[in-house]
Write a protein of this length. Structure first.
Length: 129
């Protein structure tokens, strides 16, 4: 059975802002997700990240645990944790290239107060694209 977990967290320092930081995160995530058969989508905006993760329960839980211990993140909140029939994310790691546009489409200005419902709206937008 597959699961989807969507997490929002504050980023620390240059996490998700600098090109070097993004390259490091994407490189390691791509390798680990491929190994663990996880697909995911990641969005960074104004000191926050939103990360959608899909895969087997044990693999998803292991990734969430690593994220909760990651010093580059704080105030981690699990917005969605549910079984799914099929994946919405087709790549091991996809980075959102227009986070402001995506948030505007669901009438949200930042990620600090995002709800589970709004996170699901973002996944639906991704599927429709």
């Amino acid at each position: 059975m597959l699961y989807r977990v969507i997490i929002a967290a504050e980023t620390v320092g240059s996490t998700g802002v600098s090109t070097l930081s993004l390259a490091q995160i994407l490189g390691v995530s791509e390798r680990n997700n491929r190994r663990d058969h996880i697909t995911s989508g990641l969005m960074f905006l104004d000191g926050w990240c939103l990360h959608g993760i899909e895969g087997r329960r044990t693999d998803v839980d292991r990734l969430v645990r690593r994220m909760s211990e990651d010093r580059r993140l704080k105030n981690l909140r699990v917005l969605i944790d549910k079984p799914i029939a099929e994946r919405s994310f087709s790549e091991t790691m996809t980075l959102c290239d227009n986070p402001r546009g995506v948030l505007a489409a669901i009438h949200l200005s930042d990620l600090a107060e995002i709800t589970g419902y709004q996170a699901e709206q973002i996944v639906e937008l991704k599927q429709a694209a």
